[in-house]
Design a binder for this molecule. Structure first.
Ligand SMILES: [Zn+2]
Length: 357
């Protein structure tokens, strides 16, 4: 039985999101969540998923959302981030079905100071729900991991009550992902916070499960955003098993009850990924590696064709030869899309998310 027998193609919402994650957990694979910043990157992600017959998660960060709307817009009140996230969501909704794959449309880390961005997206979800009976997005992440556990859970509960009415999935973070991403710098954070404790995960589960079963937890197991020299990062995905066992003990019976999310996945080994998936990771974020992949095709094209890119007319083949077919963005941006497609397929393959439709 493939994924399309359980959920439809296109953007998923409500219980369909949980059905997809349950299917992934049961069949021991995870779905990569790729950060997009433009229609070009979003289309490449969809193309990759279609080619390897797999569901996919497309996500926008706060900064990526602002970029989607345009760097020329002011963002002092998160207005560009709100508009860009909405624009990205509408773009993906418009084209996703045509690619024939199920898509989870998600927003990435939202810290306390960025809650106005979250509020704007949630308002758009409510408006979309009023017309279409489902939210605009599939899912949002709240990241209050820098706050106390009590405050983190309280804010998540407050938002999740509103989200559950619309059928939105919530991803929350407890424990801190180290490193630096999108302007949030956690490189100096205390080491103990980089490893979440099972009791903390259970407290989250207890509070959120009263509202809806549609949530996941990004637990810290030494994760760091970005890519560093090998040896600098100590990932312990085997610790995730403790959370599942602890929750199983409390719930009595149900195997691997928690939906877990793997942050800071760029640069991790195949073994670390495999251990994560075995312990209930259903989503792994990939940003740094796909950023580099998008550059690679464009860089190589510009480097190899530099003689054709300096003037509109005149290249190594002759002084009167036109260069339009080299500088047209559909040519050189497409080269970045092609290398991004390859890298997304690799991420899917590493997670076992291939031939799943
Ligand atoms: Zn992250």
């Amino acid at each position: 039985m493939g994924v399309l027998e359980i959920v439809p193609a296109g953007v998923l919402t409500g219980d369909n999101v949980r059905k997809l994650f349950e299917y992934a957990k049961e069949n021991q694979f995870a779905i990569p969540a790729i950060n997009v910043t433009s229609s070009s990157t979003a289309n490449a992600v969809l193309e990759a998923a279609r080619d390897i017959k797999a569901p996919i998660i497309i996500q926008v960060s706060q900064g990526g959302s602002a970029y989607f709307a345009g760097k020329g817009l002011a963002n002092d009140k998160q207005q560009a981030s709100i508009l860009g996230a909405i624009a990205a969501a509408h773009h993906v909704r418009t084209v996703a079905k045509e690619y024939g794959v199920p898509v989870v449309l998600h927003s990435d880390h939202c810290a306390k100071k960025l809650l106005p961005w979250f509020d704007g997206m949630l308002k758009a979800d409510e408006e979309y729900f009023a017309h279409h009976g489902e939210p605009l997005f599939s899912s949002h992440m709240l990241d209050l991991s820098e706050e106390s556990k009590e405050e983190n859970i309280a804010i998540c509960v407050q938002y999740f009550e509103r989200m559950a009415k619309l059928g939105l999935w919530l991803e929350m973070e407890i424990g801190i992902t180290g490193g630096e991403e999108d302007g949030v710098d956690n490189t100096e954070v205390d080491n103990a916070k980089l490893y979440t404790q099972p009791e903390d995960i259970w407290d989250v589960n207890l509070a959120l499960s009263k509202i809806s079963p549609n949530f996941s937890i990004a637990a810290a197991f030494g994760n760091v955003h970005g890519v560093y020299k090998p040896g600098n990062v100590k990932l312990h995905p085997e610790l995730l098993q403790k959370h599942q066992v602890y929750a199983e003990g409390k719930l009595g019976g149900s195997k691997k009850p928690l939906f877990l999310v793997f942050h800071g996945g760029s640069g991790s080994t195949k073994e670390e990924i495999k251990t994560g998936v075995e312990n209930g990771v259903v989503k792994m974020n990939v940003d740094t590696d796909t950023q580099f992949a998008y550059l690679a095709g464009i860089r190589d094209f510009v480097t190899s064709k530099i003689g054709y890119l300096k003037t509109q007319v005149g290249n190594p083949e002759g002084a009167d030869k036109p260069n339009k077919k080299y500088y047209d963005p559909r040519i050189w941006v497409r080269e970045g899309e092609k290398t991004l497609v390859v890298r997304v397929k690799e991420a899917c393959t590493d997670l076992g998310n291939i031939n799943r439709l």
